[in-house]
Design a protein around this ligand. Structure first.
Ligand SMILES: CC(C)=CCC/C(C)=C(/C)COP(=O)(O)OP(=O)(O)O
Length: 371
């Protein structure tokens, strides 16, 4: 990494997005209280969540809320889902989850609906694979079939060179499964905007995520409850880090691979991805508990490990989350002095993703539960 003590470089900023952000920060106090421990950074707040009974989550504020743009991305996403082979009902369910709204919240430096669709399509395809292959028995998920399905998912995302007549059968398989069609189509859309390095970074973060899914499948198959530490290790590669690999593509720039993978930057991205996915686990507890065979969830693993109540485990996960966000904040501060506008912009993108992710979980019908 370039010398962190180097004097601050000139950063050209984000134009109208930055102005919008400044305006939102002015009104951010309504959404939670600041954190004196961290110098009251106005980009973050203690944000109430759920029914308000648990401690607040320390989290960045969303930089942009644009319902008109979100509806447009969701409209295009539903059309695309139909083209991939999802039924009208499934496309409607996808619309109800509002993945378009998620990406509009998470990528505030992108105003172009077609570019936003890169992230909307891939996130929708990942979620579809997660629900249909890994999590939801009613939707056809079978733990013993998961590894071979994921091997085909890799082939769908990262096209293989032709291998004689074997390729014909592969192509037939890839075209006959809506999840595989969606994954391929999402990657083709990405290829139209991203560089080869950006394309491959999305592939390999997804493939690491798939390995974690096979661990969950094996635990389920063997009727084993993993300890919280082991689940968390798997979850750290099965997180919104994967979604965050698209931040610079949507922003229309490229963070050079050696900076992207520089240990401190990668660490910050993993922290942001893990913090965001812990938000997902916290918001999913009620939904997961309602499942007769609950999926792994950090709250439930902690409750099992410590033999404590769910509210007590929630508190432990909130504390873990808040610590990860503060660790991210420390790295963020250091990287402000690195003379790379792309890195500064990417770090801000990570922060924005966390803020947008929290906002989406707070409002998406997917996590709305009867009080
Ligand atoms: C990157 C991405 C969107 C992958 C899907 C897997 C993932 C990181 C999730 C957040 C899904 O986890 P989970 O199954 O717990 O999510 P739901 O609670 O079902 O939304």
């Amino acid at each position: 990494m370039p010398d962190l003590q180097h004097t601050t470089s000139t950063f050209t900023g984000l134009g109208t997005s930055a102005a919008r952000f400044a305006a939102r920060l002015g009104s951010g106090r309504e959404q939670g209280s600041p954190d004196p421990e961290n110098g009251n950074d106005p980009a973050y707040a203690h944000r109430p969540w759920g029914d308000g009974s648990a401690s607040p989550l320390y989290c960045p504020l969303p930089e942009r809320i644009d319902d008109t743009l979100a509806q447009e991305v969701d409209r295009r996403l539903a059309l695309w889902a139909r083209d991939c082979g999802f039924s009208a009902e499934e496309a409607e369910q996808l619309g109800q989850a509002e993945f378009g709204r998620l990406v509009v919240l998470a990528h505030p430096d992108c105003d172009d609906p077609d570019r936003l669709l890169i992230s909307a399509r891939l996130n929708a395809a990942w979620w579809a694979a997660d629900d249909l292959y890994a999590d939801d028995t009613a939707l056809g998920a079978v733990p013993a079939e998961l590894p071979q399905r994921l091997a085909l998912a890799m082939a769908a995302m990262d096209p293989l060179p032709t291998a004689g007549s074997f390729s014909d059968e592969l192509d037939e398989a890839l075209g006959g499964d809506k999840v595989l069609v969606a994954l391929r189509s999402g990657m083709e859309h990405l290829a139209g905007y991203g560089t080869p390095a950006q394309f491959q970074r999305v592939c390999y973060s997804t493939f690491a995520m798939f390995v974690s899914w096979t661990a969950y499948g094996a635990w389920k198959h063997n009727d084993r409850t993993p300890p919280a530490w082991e689940y968390l290790a798997a979850r750290q590669h099965d997180s919104f880090y994967t979604s965050m690999t698209l931040i610079d593509v949507l922003g229309g720039y490229e963070l050079d691979s050696n900076l992207f993978y520089e240990p401190e930057v990668r660490g910050a991205a993993i922290l942001a991805g893990t913090a965001s996915v812990l938000v997902n686990d916290l918001f999913s507890v009620t939904k997961d508990l309602a499942d007769e065979n609950p999926p792994c969830n950090m709250v439930l693993q902690v409750a099992a490990d410590r033999e404590c109540s769910v509210p007590e485990a929630v508190e432990a996960v909130v504390e873990l989350h808040n610590g990860l966000v503060r660790d991210f904040q420390d790295v963020y501060r250091k990287t402000r002095f690195v003379p790379s506008p792309q890195l500064r912009r990417f770090m801000r993108g990570l922060r924005a993703w966390m803020g947008g992710g929290f906002e989406w979980h707070s409002t998406s019908p997917r996590y709305r539960t009867p009080s």
